[in-house]
Design a protein around this ligand. Structure first.
Ligand SMILES: C=CC1=C(C)c2cc3[nH]c(cc4nc(cc5[nH]c(cc1n2)c(C)c5CCC(=O)O)C(CCC(=O)O)=C4C)c(C)c3C=C
Ligand SMILES: [Fe+2]
Ligand SMILES: [Fe+2]
Length: 338
């Protein structure tokens, strides 16, 4: 194309898929964790309290005490290539590169910390991307996760003169593609164990009970995922229950129950001494699964008399996980991609 002198370059139009997850510190040390928690816990979608009441508590108490404790927890799970959440999301993005045909670029971003959503949208635009599928990788919708990721993307779009067109990945908590992937992964995980669990726990990240009362569908989405997975796994379960629990309680308010740690501590007394636990609400392993479940969960269970404990990994960038993402995302790209 011949452009008049001084006209900005016009690259050939491309499509972008932006995988988004929650965010994680840049390093497993207290200053990096403090920066991350400061951004995360200042999000009004996450802590729904008036800033005038919350910010003094956050700055005066939480950010002076929690970073040291959390940094220690991050150190237990940190990998050579960084935070597990970031490393796995990066691997998912790499694993999907080229999966949707020529002209479709795949990238990843974090809601808090780096790579920032706005920066990645801007980079896509500069590379000639005119249509973006935003993919917050949360199977169950929650305003504190899905909505805030999309909000952040739209806040960046608000600064752009020439915006790309946007689609967002809907929650997929009841999608047969997701339930099948969980089933395949759970069956393989169970088959590889050297014991037969008496019970299987599905632990979802919790949220305040009040959020449910205000109309957030997250709790119902978690329950439905577990019901569908239980139905799909009927044969393997053979009468054993798939127990649903909620983890990672934060703050003093009442959170969704039953709490994962309370259940793990109570099971041995009920005759359940062998458990396997999975975290179907996390698309990538992270602090909350690798430290809270696989390390501290095991300690709680064994401390209460449990004899066998297994944590089964998330879908991550496994073949099963990537095949599911490829299928879910291809569906959302219909009409954009031939
Ligand atoms: C998967 C869904 C998630 C929901 C729902 C969720 C809600 C939620 N979380 C907090 C507070 C914290 N969460 C933290 C870590 C964390 N949370 C999720 C996912 C969900 N959170 C992930 C994937 C992670 C791991 C990040 C990582 O770096 O690996 C933390 C930070 C860690 C710590 O200091 O313990 C806090 C704090 C609230 C208040 C909330 C509900 C509204
Ligand atoms: Fe969280
Ligand atoms: Fe519900």
């Amino acid at each position: 194309m011949n452009l008049p002198a001084g006209h900005p370059a016009i690259p050939s139009p491309k499509i972008g898929v932006l995988l988004i997850n929650l965010g994680t510190p840049d390093a497993a040390d207290p200053p990096a964790v403090k920066r991350y928690l400061g951004e995360f816990l200042s999000d009004k979608r996450v802590v729904e309290l008036p800033a005038i009441a919350w910010q003094p508590i956050l700055r005066g108490i939480i950010l002076t005490t929690r970073p040291k404790k959390s940094a220690h927890a991050y150190q237990q799970v940190w990998r050579e290539d960084g935070s597990p959440l970031a490393a796995i999301t990066r691997a998912q993005s790499k694993g999907l590169q080229g999966a949707f045909g020529e002209g479709v670029v795949v990238d990843w971003a974090m809601r808090y910390g780096r790579p920032a959503i706005g920066d990645r949208i801007q980079a896509m635009k500069e590379a000639g991307v005119e249509r973006i599928l935003l993919a917050p990788l949360y199977p169950q919708y929650c305003a504190a996760t899905t909505a805030t990721a999309n909000d952040k993307a739209f806040a960046h779009l608000a600064t752009m003169r020439w915006q790309p067109a946007i689609r967002t990945l809907p929650p997929y908590y009841d999608d047969p593609l997701y339930i099948d992937a969980l089933k395949t992964s759970l069956e393989a995980g169970l088959a590889a164990l050297d014991f037969t669990p008496d019970a299987i726990l599905a632990s979802f990240h919790g949220m305040p009970q009040r959020t449910l009362e205000l109309g957030d569908p997250y709790h119902c989405h978690c329950r439905k995922t577990a019901r569908l997975l239980g139905e799909a796994m009927q044969e393997t379960l053979g009468g054993r229950e798939l127990i649903v629990t909620f983890q990672s309680r934060f703050g003093r308010a009442k959170w969704l129950e039953p709490a994962t740690d309370t259940v793990l501590e109570a099971l041995p007394a009920k005759g359940v001494r062998k458990v396997a636990i999975l975290a179907p609400g996390f698309s990538a392993d992270c602090l909350e699964t690798l430290e809270e479940l696989a390390i501290r969960g095991r300690e709680s269970f064994e401390g209460a008399g449990g004899t066998h404990f297994a944590y089964l990994p998330c879908l991550n960038d496994s073949e099963t996980g990537l095949a599911m993402l490829r299928a879910l995302l291809s569906r959302e790209l219909q009409g954009w991609v031939p």
